[in-house]
Ligand binder design. Structure first.
Ligand code: ADP
Length: 226
């Protein structure tokens, strides 16, 4: 379903963060991508989620090469992905109440009529109570905000979820709740998962298959300070 072939990507063409990396996620499969901080996992995850155009290589979705990234990608492709990042405060609009944060992708795609039922359903799944849904990001904890970000990522029923260090900042019980919400969603829908992180125990527990960054690049990574 998702195939990354010989991806080279980064922020400076003379020194790419990701060099010649290939990775496949089959339909319904959960793949963990494990590597030290700074090795290029987030960059690859952003390429996979069509948020960062690679310098070279090919991304295929259902066998079709992707030609456009970010807002230039066709809506059907963009909405096939749900993405959750490590730091919810960088991705959440601080002006929106959590309920509107979750609902916004539905409204933006002309599906506003689904908002009440879908927000209620997802809030239950990620463990957000009505009083929390009425608050803005600065009025909730990182864990509560990350729950809302996960609900938002699921609201359009993506076929593929990309979780980039989704739980790295969270305590054990919030981590367990979010992983359970992802797995419940995947069981219901058959969606695939690419979970990027450095927590070996978590990824091995969570995923069908865990790939080491080193095995993708063939170049041993030196581990810069986190
Ligand atoms: P990881 O997710 O494995 O920690 P990243 O993909 O975030 O790794 O980073 C890979 C490399 O790219 C690092 O050296 C990092 O400093 C650099 N990098 C990440 N984001 C940017 C950016 N927006 N601009 C310039 N360099 C970046």
């Amino acid at each position: 379903m998702l195939e990354l072939r010989a991806i080279t990507a980064g922020y400076d063409r003379r020194a790419p963060a990701v060099r010649d990396v290939s990775l496949t996620v089959a339909p319904g499969e959960s793949v963990g991508l494990l590597g030290p901080s700074g090795c290029g996992k987030s960059t690859l995850a952003r390429v996979a989620a069509l948020l960062h155009r690679p310098d070279s290589g090919t991304v295929l979705l259902d066998g079709e090469p992707v030609r456009h990234w970010r807002h230039r990608a066709p809506r059907a492709l963009r909405t096939a992905f749900g993405v959750v990042f490590q730091q919810p405060r960088l991705s959440a609009d601080p002006r929106l109440r959590l309920t509107d944060l979750i609902a916004e992708p539905l409204r933006a795609t002309g599906r506003g009529d689904e908002v009440p039922s879908r927000v209620t359903e997802l809030a239950t799944s990620v463990g957000l109570t009505p009083d929390l849904l009425a608050r803005r990001p600065h009025e909730v904890s990182d864990g509560q905000l990350q729950r809302a970000c996960l609900a938002r990522a699921l609201v359009l029923r993506p076929r593929l979820l990309v979780c980039d260090e989704m739980t790295a900042m969270l305590d054990a019980s919030t981590t367990a709740a979010l992983v359970t919400a992802v797995e419940t969603y995947r069981t219901e829908t058959g969606a695939a998962l690419l979970a990027v992180g450095h927590d070996r125990t978590l990824l091995h527990r969570w995923c069908d298959r865990v790939t080491e960054w080193e095995s993708l690049t063939g170049v041993p990574t030196t581990s810069p300070a986190a």
